[in-house]
Design a protein around this ligand. Structure first.
Ligand SMILES: *[C@@H]1O[C@H](CO)[C@@H](O)[C@H](O)[C@H]1NC(C)=O
Length: 527
């Protein structure tokens, strides 16, 4: 006879077996295609973290990008979009882009997307990918939700398997748009604007206008251009790109509420901010010693991957060096050339420096940065306050968020003087609150049930397991814009109210006439 305890033991065993089976099923290797086209080293760093994690889980990953792996990785295959970086660097000047207005910048970024997607489709890699479609199928396609949308055309070519979007670029308006996420520009700071979640009237107005401008110019300027590229390459047989993107199951975005403020997010818009940050590795010996011996602390200076600091004008460079020489701290500078003219004694340069591991060193007291999102997240992760010198795109927003959180100061590159640069460094180094607040922000940023990379892997496998996870799809995507905004309902209600009021007016007028008439009659009868 099976006693109740025996029975529950059997039940537990069955459940355990079931869950084991379930786990094995999840871990079943899938064939994944990733279309990650944007020619930007920082996007690549972020995307790559997910690709390598998926390959390490046993999935077969084919990555189409301009950034191939330097060494072979098991389960990982590269299809290289060669020549993309060269084409883009020939036609875009990042220093000039820093002087554009936010509206201009939006258009420049879309034009950048046109040129890079055109160049990508013209590459041998795109042909190679096309040839692959003859005899290979995929269980999942990962697309970069950035600006190279012509590559969406490959989705129907490969028989429209489930698709997910990823973006290293914070959470641009269109990332939410493609999954039908609610837009709330009254308190969600959009895209590139350097505001916070508390905006005054004019900030809310600019926020709403820029947000709408970005979405409209994407829809009516950017997407038609991308469609033209796709039509040329794929022929007219594929569905419109704007229809293909409505099939995206979910989008993973590079934000976290600690830095980027709370905002409404559908279950299909998934925050995995900072997924590129790896556990710290030991530093190269010379850097370890240099930082260990920095008795007064150290400053780390890097302008990221797009702006090369050896391309700074000589007077700016000299000003920066003069400023550094006035501080007792040691300075580690990511400098892309062999020699640094006029290098002071307390400055050490390196062409390639392991940024995240350097920020992890306890003697690093300040990070002077271009305020790219990945760098900002690494500074927060390691609790190092920042001085930001933003150049373009979201860098202005990132440093403004740091200022709002009390963990950094900003220096304007164009108007920068020795005094302003020195002042900002001095303030952040010698006011304890910057470090205290940065350590607190760091704790909030790190405190999650699992690492953001684990979250990203989980949701990637979730979409494969549930064959596109269409139950996550928001019904918002099936509504016309006026239905979504309830304008049809509101207009019927307003019309109803107007009709009622008009009716009331005429009835009242009638009643008034009758009443006054009767009064007159009564009056005349009395006389
Ligand atoms: C959306 O995906 C389904 C398969 O899941 C496919 O049949 C359909 O053609 C896709 N729609 C577009 C516009 O690509």
């Amino acid at each position: 006879m099976v006693t109740p305890t025996r029975r529950s033991a059997v039940l537990v065993a069955i459940l355990m077996m079931a869950s084991e089976w379930h786990d094995n099923n999840v871990a079943m290797a899938a064939n994944i295609l990733a279309l990650v086209v944007t020619p930007s080293p920082s996007h690549h760093i972020w995307n790559r973290a997910l690709m390598l994690a998926l390959a390490a889980r046993g999935h077969k990953v084919t990555v189409v990008s301009p950034d191939p792996e330097k060494h072979p990785v098991p389960n990982h295959r590269d299809i290289v979009l060669e020549g993309l970086y060269e084409d883009i660097h020939a036609s875009y000047d990042y220093e000039a882009m820093s002087k554009e207005s936010f509206i201009q910048n939006t258009i420049t970024i879309f034009d950048w997307g046109y040129d890079s997607c055109k160049s990508a489709l013209a590459s041998k890699g795109a042909r190679q990918l096309m040839d692959l479609s003859a005899n290979e199928t995929f269980d999942l396609i990962i697309v970069e939700e950035a600006i190279d949308d012509c590559f969406l055309g490959f989705i129907p070519v490969f028989g429209s398997p489930p698709v997910i979007g990823i973006t290293a670029y914070s959470s641009p308006p269109w990332a939410g748009y493609v999954v039908g996420n609610p837009d709330t520009p009254s308190y969600v700071n959009t895209y590139n604007l350097p505001f916070s979640d508390h905006m005054n009237f004019f900030q809310r107005m600019s926020n709403m206008l820029l947000h709408t401008f970005v979405l409209l110019s994407r829809r009516f300027y950017h997407m038609p251009l991308q469609q033209k590229l796709a039509d040329n390459f794929f022929g007219k047989s594929i569905p419109p790109l704007t229809e293909i993107e409505k099939n995206i199951s979910l989008v993973m975005v590079n934000i976290h509420h600690s830095l980027d403020y709370p905002r409404p997010m559908l279950p299909s818009l998934i925050p995995v901010g900072g997924l590129h940050i790896k556990p710290s590795k030991p530093l190269p010996k010379d850097i370890q010693k240099y930082l260990d011996d920095a008795k007064e602390g150290a400053i780390f200076f890097s302008l990221g991957t797009n702006v090369r600091s050896d391309k700074l004008t000589p007077d700016k460079r000299q000003m920066i060096l003069d400023t550094f020489s006035q501080f007792p701290q040691r300075v580690l500078w990511k400098w892309e050339s062999d020699t640094l003219p006029g290098q002071p004694k307390n400055v050490k340069v390196g062409k390639w420096l392991p940024q995240s591991d350097i920020l992890a060193h306890p003697n690093v007291k300040l990070f002077i940065t271009h305020s790219g999102l990945l760098s900002t997240q690494e500074a927060i992760y390691h609790g190092v306050p920042v001085v930001g010198i933003p150049f373009l795109a979201d860098q202005f927003t990132n440093i403004q968020k740091c200022i709002n959180h009390g963990v950094g100061e900003k220096v304007d590159y164009d108007t920068m003087t020795k005094e302003s640069f020195h002042g900002a460094i001095n303030k952040v180094l010698n006011t304890p609150s910057y470090t205290v607040k940065m350590k607190r922000l760091s704790e909030q940023f790190r405190d999650r049930p699992e690492t953001p990379l684990e979250t990203a892997v989980y949701w990637t496998e979730y979409v494969i397991k549930h064959n596109g996870a269409h139950h996550l799809r928001s019904a918002a995507l099936d509504l016309a814009w006026y239905q979504y905004l309830l304008l049809d309902v509101i207009s019927v209600l307003i019309t109803g109210i107007i009709l009622c009021l008009t009716l009331l007016y005429f009835v009242a007028k009638r009643v008034y006439k009758v009443v006054t008439k009767t009064k007159k009659i009564v009056k005349s009868k009395k006389h």
